[in-house]
Design a protein around this ligand. Structure first.
Ligand code: ZN
Length: 128
């Protein structure tokens, strides 16, 4: 895809966020914000008995990059095993966004992943 196409995809996710809403009860849950930009993301995951992500939702507000990144992450998460979810790293998130992210915007782009990691840590501590 070209740079312009990636930009269009990001704008589309921002304007028409996928999986936006609440999930109650959620198995994995976390909220994270980025005070530098005013972004907020809350992420909710529901796992089935086989530890596969059955449903995922997010709530949030903030800049286009943070909200699009959250929307794109939820699409990525659905149907993944817990092991696959744990393997999602910063490179994977940035690759999905597809455009060069400036240093100032990096926290925005990675905010949903930060929330996911906090949620996973809490989940694993509780389950241990
Ligand atoms: Zn931001």
């Amino acid at each position: 895809m070209s740079y312009e196409m990636y930009q269009e995809v990001i704008l589309d996710h921002y304007q028409n966020p996928r999986n936006k809403g609440d999930l109650d009860p959620a198995d994995i849950w976390a909220r994270e914000d980025n005070p530098l930009c005013g972004d907020e993301i809350a992420l909710y995951l529901k796992l089935n008995d086989a530890s596969v992500v059955e449903d995922v939702k997010f709530q949030g507000q903030g800049c286009a990059i943070s909200q699009a990144s959250a929307s794109m992450l939820t699409v990525k998460l659905k149907g993944k095993t817990l092991e696959e979810v744990l393997a999602i790293d910063e490179d994977a998130v940035l690759q999905t966004l597809g455009i060069p992210i400036s240093h100032a915007r990096l926290t925005c782009a990675l905010l949903p992943l930060s929330a996911l990691r906090i949620g996973l840590e809490t989940y694993q501590e509780d389950g241990a």
